[in-house]
Design a protein around this ligand. Structure first.
Ligand code: ADE
Length: 225
């Protein structure tokens, strides 16, 4: 999968994809991430990419011209399955979105900054808008990094059996059950006996029960869904 990201602060995206699982995905050639600096398409020698908003009000808006030029230039070499704008005023990102997006070949993510991007770009170029939660970040870069992480780890071949995504929270609509590792007794706090029985059926049932219990307690809204 190829993920392109357009940003005015590309340095913010230097590190997130170069560690752990995503690093492995890149090394295996399963995931390519290309970060583009919007200022490359700036409208003048002052590297301008934003301007005041019509109607007044605080905050700058990313202009049509540089962003549209950037998108169209990238489109010359890549046919994007989705052009995603990350913004707080959008539908909230869920595991189901990550699952769907992980099946695509080419994605372009646009990071907003300041007050966001000119509405006309949203109307005519953006195919999907995603918020990572009901709070406002300084820009879309961290949101984009979250999308790439959530999508990248689902790509076939990225996770092995031990890290399988199938047992993640949300994959079956439930939070994940508790997990334990050695030692079996730490300060008198013991690992639940059932996990030591070696009986896969009993263990599976216990995990399911715990997942349901935890979901009812912490995220009852998921049970309704
Ligand atoms: N940009 C700023 N805040 C954001 C959020 N909550 N989700 C996605 N993009 C954002």
């Amino acid at each position: 999968m190829n993920i392109h990201i357009i940003s005015v602060v590309p340095d913010l995206l230097e590190s997130p994809f170069n560690h752990s699982i995503l690093k492995r995905a890149k090394e295996k050639g399963l995931l390519n991430v290309y970060v583009h600096n919007l200022r490359k398409w700036a409208i003048n020698k002052h590297a301008q990419v934003d301007d005041y908003q019509y109607g007044g009000g605080a905050g700058m808006v990313i202009m049509c011209e540089p962003l549209v030029n950037a998108i169209e230039e990238l489109q010359q070499t890549t046919k994007f399955d989705e052009i995603i704008y990350v913004t707080p005023d959008a539908e909230q990102f869920k595991q189901t979105h990550a699952n769907q997006l992980s099946m695509l070949q080419n994605i372009l993510i646009i990071c907003g900054h300041y007050k966001g991007i000119d509405q006309r770009i949203r109307d005519h170029y953006i195919t999907k808008e995603i918020s990572i939660g009901d709070y406002v970040l300084s820009g879309g870069e961290l949101a984009a990094a979250i999308l790439v992480d959530a999508i990248g780890r689902l790509l076939p071949g990225v996770l092995n059996d031990e890290t399988s995504a199938l047992t993640d929270s949300f994959q079956d609509g439930l939070l994940a059950p508790p997990v334990y590792t050695r030692p079996v007794d730490f300060k008198g706090w013991k690992v639940p006996e059932i996990l030591l029985t070696g009986n896969p059926k009993l263990i599976e049932e216990w995990r399911f029960e715990k997942a349901v219990e935890r979901t009812i307690q912490i995220r009852p809204d998921l049970m309704k869904e």
